[in-house]
Design a protein around this ligand. Structure first.
Ligand code: F3S
Length: 402
């Protein structure tokens, strides 16, 4: 792999040790993928988490004096103080890991967004930009909806890229590798965000690893529908990029999406496949202990929907009701009165965290309900019912579903 004089000096240890470690990782990845050289990036997003593996690498860089060269945002961890007030069952060592992770990201100069939707507010790529984004919804959203270019990074490789300001040139940074691999005829009626969630769930399962091209989408999907599709398809599968010709930016036609080739695989999705996907996700019915919304983090529009559904109502006393969002969105939701309505009904709007964090261990033997199959997929609870948002709210008020 070709290295510039400056890159060679960094590798020889002539600069901060943390910077050297970051470049060593990028070079190892580049060599593994036969990258010819490094290319500059405009920004990065590190899928940070309050877990040991993440702690090791971010402290290695921070203790070695590394500092982000380009804007580098961070994924949810959790506000240790807040969660200790709510649950006294968080093991002290886990809380300490989360605290250290957050502190180390601050020391390396990352944007402390602690959100999985940085591409909407805190760290927005531009069309055609080269970036290094990790996180399940972020990678396909950035490649497909925005038209920037990123590989499916890990938290560590994205952070290293943010520190060096470069990434190895391979994979989706090369135009020919952005070719569609599979044609999906969408015959299902996609009515709402939840249908896009189920579509993503099914597409990820069927395609596995590849670039699906979705034909037959009848109308422009909303931001939230696209976010849900991205998050689910990149959870049940490894979908770093997709096309919806006419709606996503990089290819206006099927021919452009396949770069003139004939699709090797064809799949049809009807209402029946979506109903089956929904059924697969139902593991129980009856009484619920909690409702968990905001995986991926809810947008302002979704927080408003929750407030509208809860206005003037009361969540049952023995049901906990959580809405996860970003700190940026919560500020606006507070200003607009949505948080007040949700709290008056007995719910909580929380920032900086998500279902994949150890702070929720208090619910491990409980039955929950969510509108996110990704939330259910992590199986951090005894059982989870997956349903549309209005059904989740109704169940929270009644204390049961079905
Ligand atoms: Fe976001 Fe966490 Fe879900 S990172 S997509 S809220 S598992």
């Amino acid at each position: 792999m070709y290295l510039t004089k400056l890159e060679e000096r960094i590798l020889r240890g002539e600069f901060a040790e943390g910077t050297q470690r970051a470049l060593e990782l990028l070079v190892a990845i580049g060599e593994a993928y036969d990258a010819e050289r490094m290319i500059p990036i405009a920004r990065a997003h590190a899928a940070s988490s309050g877990q040991e593996g993440d702690l090791y690498f971010v402290e290695l860089l921070a203790n070695g004096g590394a500092f982000c060269k380009v804007p580098t945002s961070t994924n949810p961890v959790y506000d240790v103080t807040y969660f200790h007030r709510k649950f006294d069952s968080i093991p002290k060592d886990e809380a300490e890991v989360a605290r250290r992770v957050m502190e180390a990201y601050k020391r390396v100069g990352a944007i402390l967004s602690w959100s999985c939707l940085p591409y909407l507010t805190e760290n927005i790529p531009l069309f055609g930009e080269t970036v290094a984004f990790s996180e399940s919804s972020a990678t396909p959203y950035v490649n497909s909806v925005i038209g920037a270019r990123t590989n499916r990074e890990a938290a560590q490789s994205a952070l290293a890229a943010g520190v060096i300001g470069k990434t190895p040139k391979y994979g989706l940074h090369i135009r020919e590798n952005r070719k569609g691999t599979c044609l999906l005829n969408v015959e299902a009626a996609l009515k709402d965000e939840f249908d896009y969630t189920l579509l993503g769930y099914y597409v990820g399962q069927q395609v596995g690893y590849g670039i699906p091209v979705l034909a037959g989408i009848a109308r422009q999907p909303t931001t939230e529908e696209l976010i849900n599709f991205c998050a689910m398809s990149n959870t049940t599968g490894a979908i770093s990029m997709f096309y919806m010709p006419g709606f996503t930016v990089e290819a206006a036609t099927l021919e452009e999406a396949f770069q003139g080739d004939v699709p090797k695989e064809r799949i049809t999705v009807t209402n029946q496949e979506l109903s089956q996907a929904h059924e697969e996700l139902q593991t129980t019915s009856g009484e619920i202990d909690f409702v968990m919304l905001g995986c991926p983090h809810y947008t302002l529009k979704q927080v408003e929907q929750v407030a509208r559904l809860l206005k003037g109502k009361k969540i049952r006393k023995d049901v906990s009701f959580w809405v996860c969002t970003s700190a940026t969105t919560k500020v606006l939701a507070e200003r607009m009165g949505y948080v007040n309505i949700i709290e008056k009904a007995g719910g909580h709007v929380v920032v900086d965290t998500c279902i994949d964090e150890p702070c929720w261990t208090a619910y491990k033997n409980k039955v929950g309900m969510t509108d996110s199959p990704k939330c259910a997929y992590y199986r951090r609870f005894k059982d989870v019912i997956v349903a549309r948002l209005p059904d989740c709210v109704e169940a929270a008020i009644k204390g049961k579903w079905g």
